[in-house]
Design a protein around this ligand. Structure first.
Ligand SMILES: NC(=O)c1ccc[n+]([C@@H]2O[C@H](COP(=O)([O-])OP(=O)(O)OC[C@H]3O[C@@H](n4cnc5c(N)ncnc54)[C@H](OP(=O)(O)O)[C@@H]3O)[C@@H](O)[C@H]2O)c1
Length: 251
């Protein structure tokens, strides 16, 4: 059990938004359990944050039942996790019927199965200690349906609806749930996208890109404000609103 140590568990901590969550949460936490597949990246992060927070590296593939089980065990061993950040994710670009089904099922396993399983394990401990924070990293893509990212966008839309329902259920528990919906953010995400098409960064205007520092700061700044859906960036919020309006207009 973690005693009085403030603890975070961050998935996908080896790069991008997950690594940045660890950096910014180091100011609020004593212990950070950093989960990802690339051990050398996690060890480098632990060395970087030494002196700020104790980073415990947990090498696990969260697309696999075994990897999720080991992460669950870490939650059970520690007891209360104050912050649970379900961030691990990847995208695949291409038509649904052109992408391999294994890749699409992996996305569902990682974005949905791993997230709900870790939430299910963490919430009873959070209830017991009278509070906690869950951040599920969704996407602006959850608001805008379109070609070439059908399963990705749908898996993130799941996270939005799931997070909103969870927050309603947890209203009196002291537990806060956020679905963070970033737009284009400078990380390794677009380089590691699988699929039949390559992502062309040059098609996206410079002003549309945010840094991972700004996105994570927007997420943490929004805690306590009573908002489940957090969309960093004015232009991204406009895109999200028109995506929702388009759905309403089509009814
Ligand atoms: N960057 C964007 O523009 C953007 C926009 C909207 C939403 N997002 C979301 O933000 C989240 C973080 O992505 P990012 O932008 O920071 O991209 P990133 O730099 O590629 O980071 C992805 C992280 O997920 C981990 N991961 C991937 N598959 C995993 C698996 N099977 N098991 C465990 N960990 C796994 C990776 O670690 P290992 O490879 O070491 O396992 C890595 O740490 C994702 O959920 C993504 O959908 C990103």
């Amino acid at each position: 059990m973690s005693g009085n140590k403030v603890t975070a568990l961050v998935t996908g901590a080896s790069s991008g938004l997950g690594a940045e969550f660890c950096r910014q949460l180091a100011a609020r936490c004593d212990v950070i359990i950093a989960v990802a597949r690339r051990e050398e990246r996690l060890l480098a992060l632990a060395a970087e944050l030494a002196g700020n927070a104790e980073v415990q590296c947990l090498v696990a593939d969260l697309e696999s039942i075994e990897g999720v089980a080991r992460t669950l065990e870490a939650i059970r061993q520690r007891g209360p996790v104050n912050y649970l950040v379900n961030n691990a994710g990847f995208g695949a670009l291409g038509r649904f019927d052109a992408l391999p089904i294994d890749c699409q099922r992996s996305m569902v396993s990682l974005h949905i199965d791993a997230t709900i399983t870790l939430c299910r394990a963490a919430i009873p401990f959070m209830r017991e200690q009278g509070g906690g924070t869950i951040i599920n990293v969704s996407s602006l893509g959850a608001f805008v349906s379109g070609e070439n990212m059908a399963v990705y966008g749908a898996s993130k839309a799941f996270l939005n609806y799931y997070s909103q329902s969870l927050q309603a259920e947890l209203a009196d528990s002291g537990i806060e749930v956020q679905a963070l919906c970033p737009g284009f953010t400078h990380t390794e995400f677009h380089d590691s996208m699988s699929g039949e098409k390559r992502f062309d960064r040059s098609r996206i205007p410079d002003h549309m890109w945010l840094t991972s520092e700004a996105v994570v700061a927007a997420s943490l700044d929004a805690l306590g404000a009573g908002r489940v859906l957090v969309v960093p960036g004015d232009s991204n919020r406009s895109i999200a609103r028109s995506g929702l309006q388009g759905q309403l207009d089509s009814l």
